[in-house]
Design a protein around this ligand. Structure first.
Ligand SMILES: [Zn+2]
Length: 383
C-alpha cells in the first residue's frame, strides 16, 4: 500500500517505475563488479491529495548526513552571500544573527555566515563531517525528527539559548527525509518563536517541465513543487512569508516563520478594549449626529454603539435607504437630508471609501458640521 509521506493519503496517481537506476548518488566504488550491483528500480507516484511526487524506495543508509558538492561552486557562494544579506535586511531586525543550520555537511554554509559576521550553530548526522568542519565545537551530532529532540535540545541549548536563535536554515536536505512533517515540527522546538526560517529543496516544477527523469535518485524521497512544498511547510506549522525559485530555477526557497498562537487573540483583545470606547465617544457629541455608512463594518460599529442614541444613519446606496440596520435598528436615510441641516456631527464609516465620501458630504452640506472617522475605536475629528 502506498501512503503519502506528508498528508498520509492513500489516494495516489501516475505511479511508474524507472528500471535499474543507480541505488545512490554517493555510491562510487573501487571496482567494476561492486559498482554493477548498485542498482535498483525507483518507484514513483504522486499523491492525489497534496500533490507531492515521491518514491517508495527505502531511504539510503546515509540519509541523516549532508553531502554537498554545490557548496564548492564560487557562483553558489556568491549567490548565497547576496541572498543572506538581503534576507537579513528584509526580515531580521536584530543586529546580531544567531543561526541554526539543519544539516551542516562539513560547514560550507557556516563559513558563509561567518563572513557576514553571523554566529552559526548546527546539527549534522555524520561525525566525520563534523570533524572536518572549521567550527566543530558549534555543531552537535544528530538528526531532527526521530524522538531524540529532548537530547538535541540539551546539547544545543548548552551552546546557545533557544530565544537567541533568530534564523534557521536547511538547504537541500528536506527531500532526503522519510518524515518531513515530523522533522520540521521538531525544528520549531529548537529555535525562537519569531525566528525566520529559510528552507530549500530542488525545484520539481523545473524537473517536470523539462521531463528530466534522470533527476530521480533514491537519495531524494520527495520531489517538491512550489505547491506541494507550501503544503508541507504550512502543515508543519509554519507561516510562509515568501516562496520563490532560486539559483537558475533549480531550487525552491521558502522564507517562513513558526506559526505561533493564533492571531485571532489580538482581534479579540482589540474588540474588548474598543467596544466601550466607541459608545462613550458618541455620547460626548452634541445633538444632530449623522452616521454615514451601512456596509458591514458600519453595521458592526452601530451595533456596538447601541440603538438608544440619537443618530441618523445615511447611505448613498438607494436599495438600503428606507430600510433598517440589522443589529442596531437605525433607519437608513438618503444623504440628501444633510442639505437641510444647519449644524451637526457627521461620522463617516465607509472603509476604503472614507475619503471619497468625505468629499461628497462636504459638497452636500451647507451648514456648520464637524466630521469624524472611526479610528482604533475612537472618533477622530477630520480638519
Ligand atoms: Zn499527500
Amino acid at each position: 500500500m502506498k501512503i503519502c509521506r506528508v498528508c498520509n493519503s492513500k489516494e495516489i496517481r501516475d505511479s511508474f517505475t524507472l528500471k535499474n537506476f543507480p541505488s545512490s548518488a554517493q555510491g562510487w566504488t573501487k571496482s567494476e563488479i561492486e559498482a554493477k550491483v548498485l542498482k535498483e528500480d525507483i518507484n514513483i507516484f504522486e499523491c492525489k491529495q497534496c500533490g507531492l511526487v515521491q518514491i517508495t524506495n527505502k531511504p539510503v543508509k546515509y540519509y541523516k548526513e549532508v553531502i554537498r558538492s554545490s557548496a564548492y561552486s564560487e557562483d553558489m557562494k556568491f549567490q548565497r552571500l547576496r541572498q543572506f544579506t538581503l534576507l537579513k535586511k528584509l526580515y531580521i531586525k536584530a543586529n546580531k544573527i544567531r543561526a541554526l543550520e539543519i544539516g551542516t555537511g562539513v560547514g560550507e554554509y557556516m563559513s558563509i555566515c561567518k563572513e557576514l559576521n553571523w554566529e552559526t550553530f548546527g546539527i549534522e548526522g555524520s561525525i566525520e563531517n563534523i570533524k572536518k568542519s572549521l567550527e566543530k565545537e558549534k555543531i552537535i551530532n544528530g538528526f531532527v525528527g526521530e524522538s531524540n529532540t529532548e537530547e538535541l535540545k540539551l546539547k544545543l541549548f548548552k551552546l546557545v539559548d533557544k530565544e537567541k536563535i533568530n534564523f534557521c536554515y536547511c538547504l537541500n536536505f528536506i527531500e532526503h527525509w522519510p518524515n518531513p512533517i515530523r522533522s520540521l515540527k521538531e525544528i520549531k522546538k529548537l529555535i525562537s518563536n519569531d525566528a525566520i526560517c529559510l528552507f530549500e529543496v530542488p525545484n520539481f516544477n523545473m524537473i517536470k517541465e523539462n521531463n528530466l527523469y534522470s533527476e530521480f535518485i533514491p537519495d531524494h524521497l520527495s520531489y517538491f513543487t512550489i505547491n506541494s512544498f507550501s503544503y508541507l511547510i504550512n502543515s508543519a506549522g509554519y507561516e510562509i512569508i515568501k516562496i520563490e525559485n532560486f539559483y537558475n530555477d533549480y531550487i525552491i526557497s521558502c522564507y517562513c516563520k513558526p506559526k505561533n498562537e493564533s492571531d485571532l487573540k489580538n482581534l479579540n483583545n482589540k474588540y474588548n478594549s474598543e467596544k466601550e470606547m466607541i459608545s462613550k465617544s458618541i455620547t460626548q457629541l452634541n445633538n444632530n449626529i449623522f452616521f454615514w455608512g451601512a456596509g458591514h463594518q458600519a453595521l458592526a460599529y452601530l451595533s456596538m454603539i447601541g440603538s438608544n442614541k440619537n443618530i441618523k444613519v445615511i447611505d448613498s446606496a438607494i436599495f438600503k435607504q428606507g430600510n433598517f440596520c440589522p443589529g442596531s435598528g437605525y433607519k437608513i436615510h438618503d444623504p440628501k437630508i444633510l442639505e437641510e441641516v444647519d449644524n451637526g456631527e457627521l461620522i463617516i464609516s465607509c472603509g476604503g471609501y472614507n475619503k471619497e465620501v468625505l468629499k461628497i458630504a462636504k459638497n452636500l452640506i451647507k451648514g456648520d458640521f464637524n466630521f469624524y472617522y472611526i479610528v482604533n475605536g475612537e472618533l477622530r475629528r477630520i480638519e
